[in-house]
Write a protein that binds this ligand. Structure first.
Ligand SMILES: [Cu+2]
Length: 296
């Protein structure tokens, strides 16, 4: 869960408005009576078309397809998790908990766009008044601190209907080409600032599932725009790929195979600091991608 979503939306709409004006201005400021200048302006326009427009739109669509697929996966896995909760199978519910959250964490920057969906699905204890606290972490607490599914049926049912709502809503979302990368940067900043303390999965200590999924989603967002960024700033691409490599190298030792991760309690202060530094070192060059895409 994350709050500074307004900044993301503002940045995205700024791109939408500003991006077009820049192109048009380049053409308009040239004297149309001069044939040569006009030709140059047309070339400029064509350049933007080839280099930016359709290719970036395709990138946005590609990311949109990823969001569709992940939200479908989220519904599938959450249904299985909810079924275990409703059946009173504590062990099975615990086993399915972290993996059912992964698709959510991969597309978290987008999931957060839908009003109160994010708090309903992903609020931590204390984020909202106790009586309104629902979602994954409500059930997490019961499973890990009380070792029971008792009283959790209604939360499980609601959780399924919430993720189904997400799946429906993402169908109609219109992303700007730079939205996914802006969102990824915000999310990585949240990882290194707050998630790194283990607050997200304070009862189950499955934080590495979330963090790995956040990084995966960020990588997909970057990959979709990478061809455009490579042509404009190949050094930046090399820097970002190196930083992704460093993050992977940092978390790899905690992998327990087949999608399993070490308990976050196994990481001491210095392990956590080291991980947060690697995440920061990735978020920083990634934050420059937006500027490269808008050409500003
Ligand atoms: Cu989250």
């Amino acid at each position: 869960m994350k709050r500074p979503i307004l900044a993301l939306l503002a940045a995205a709409s700024l791109f939408a408005v500003f991006g077009c004006n820049v192109d048009r201005e380049l053409i308009a400021t040239r004297d149309p009576s001069e044939g040569e200048a006009r030709e140059e302006a047309q070339e400029q326009a064509a350049f933007f078309q080839i280099e930016g427009g359709p290719e970036l739109e395709a990138a946005a669509r590609e990311y949109q397809e990823y969001v569709d697929a992940q939200s479908a996966l989220l519904v599938d896995r959450t249904k299985r998790f909810a079924a275990a909760v409703e059946a009173g199978d504590v062990e099975e519910a615990k086993r399915l908990y972290a993996s059912s959250r992964e698709p959510w964490e991969r597309i978290e920057p987008v999931a957060e766009k839908f009003g109160n969906l994010d708090p309903e699905v992903d609020a931590r204890e204390g984020d909202v008044p106790e009586a309104q606290w629902t979602g994954f972490h409500r059930i997490e607490k019961s499973l890990w601190t009380e070792n029971t599914t008792e009283g959790m049926d209604e939360y499980a049912t609601e959780l399924v209907s919430d993720v189904e709502r997400l799946e429906r809503e993402v169908d109609g979302i219109e992303l700007q080409p730079s939205d996914p990368v802006f969102g990824a940067v915000e999310l990585l900043n949240e990882v290194s600032a707050t998630k790194i303390t283990g607050e997200e999965e304070r009862y189950s200590h499955t934080d590495l599932h979330d963090i790995a999924a956040n990084v995966e989603g960020a990588e997909v967002a970057f990959e979709t725009v990478k061809p455009v960024v490579s042509r404009r700033d190949p050094e930046l691409v090399a820097e970002i790929e190196g930083a992704f490599g460093d993050v992977h190298a940092e978390i790899e030792p905690y992998s327990r195979g087949e999608g399993a991760w070490a308990s976050y309690e196994e990481l001491d202060e210095s392990d956590r600091r080291s991980l947060s530094q690697k995440i920061d070192a990735l978020a920083e060059p990634l934050s420059l991608v937006g500027r490269v895409l808008t050409g500003s």
